[in-house]
Design a protein around this ligand. Structure first.
Ligand code: SF4
Length: 118
């Protein structure tokens, strides 16, 4: 296993542990399942949803001011839901996220769990 794959696994493991600590994040396991199902007419998740907020998700793909992390060779400015491994496309504008159960995310969105799509 490559170091990058190990780092990715460690990161995802830590993210799931973090989610487990968020009240109402009992939905995390459910999120993993629902992300595989495409839902027509899916509503966008509220950015204040506990899981989305814990992950600092924004529809606009805004990163925290101090976020400078290049992941998988991708600069922060180029990291979006559309090129995240956890994104399941519904259409060109939205998709489901395997981390967020309560609604769709925008293709141009972003959160701290972003990982490069393989
Ligand atoms: Fe989900 Fe990835 Fe978008 Fe974060 S960046 S909300 S993990 S699809």
């Amino acid at each position: 296993m490559s170091t990058e794959n190990q780092n990715r696994r460690d990161f995802l493991k830590k993210s799931l542990i973090t989610l487990a600590a968020v009240p109402a994040a009992g939905v995390a396991a459910q999120a993993i399942l629902s992300g595989t199902a495409r839902a027509a007419g899916e509503k966008l998740v509220d950015e204040k949803d506990p899981t989305a907020a814990a992950l600092k998700y924004t529809h606009a793909g805004k990163k925290p001011a101090d976020y400078k992390e290049k992941r998988g060779g991708v600069e922060p400015k180029d990291q979006t839901c559309a090129n995240c491994i956890l994104y399941v496309k519904i259409d060109d504008k939205i998709g489901k996220c395997n981390m967020i159960a309560n609604g769709a995310v925008k293709a141009g969105g972003w959160c701290t769990a972003w990982q490069k799509k393989a």
